[in-house]
Design a protein around this ligand. Structure first.
Ligand SMILES: NC(=O)CC[C@H](N)C(=O)O
Length: 195
């Protein structure tokens, strides 16, 4: 499976490394036309306001919406999760509005800006190593969204059909099982198309 990583800003090289460790082929996506060549897209962590601005500037909003609406998988991590959300808490404008959830940015407060933990994630057999950096939280989800993991009672991993979102950075550890999970989603989507 060829998995693209949106390369406007943020942790791009680390995601490409995890995709390759998980047996996929990773490519950096800099132009919307490249979406035609990939089986799945990862939107990395970074700064969601900056990523959102650059997505508008380089015509990625409609292109990624169509990509997802065609059934291709999209995975948002940290800032990428914020970019996928239908609603953001506060006055902020949402970006792609693809995933039926309300997200709070920088939700862990100053004392806990970054930390690592082991998370139980539905679909992954033993706890996943997760790195949180000024992480967002999923405050509310719609009926079609499946919660895959929570941390201290708050939702940090969720899936809605072909859309996957994590509050944390799965690409900053050697535990690439969430990337394997996403590659399986892409394989499934490609198979469904062919079948
Ligand atoms: N590590 C991250 O991606 C941080 C997200 C960042 N705090 C934001 O609000 O966009």
């Amino acid at each position: 499976m060829i998995i693209g990583v949106l390369a406007l800003q943020g942790a791009v090289a680390e995601h490409i490394r995890s995709i390759e460790l998980a047996g996929g082929q990773g490519v950096a996506i800099k132009r919307a036309e490249q979406l035609a060549e990939i089986d799945g897209l990862i939107i990395p962590g970074g700064e969601s306001t900056t990523i959102g601005k650059l997505m508008r500037k380089y015509d990625f909003i409609r292109a990624i919406q169509s990509f997802a609406q065609a059934g291709k998988p999209v995975f948002g991590t940290c800032a990428g999760l914020i970019v996928l959300a239908d609603k953001l808490e506060g006055a902020e404008e949402p970006h792609l509005r693809l995933m039926d959830m309300t997200v709070a940015r920088n939700a862990f407060g100053r004392q806990r800006e970054s930390f690592e933990t082991d998370l139980d994630v539905r679909g992954i057999d033993t706890p996943l190593r997760a790195v949180f950096i000024r992480a967002p939280l999923i405050k509310e989800v719609g009926a079609d969204v499946e919660v895959l993991s929570s941390y201290q009672g708050e939702i940090v991993t969720a899936r809605q059909g072909n859309l996957l979102a994590s509050s944390y950075h799965p690409e900053l550890t050697d535990d690439y099982r969430l990337h394997s999970y996403f590659i399986d989603m892409a394989r499934q989507a490609a198979g469904d198309k062919r079948g």
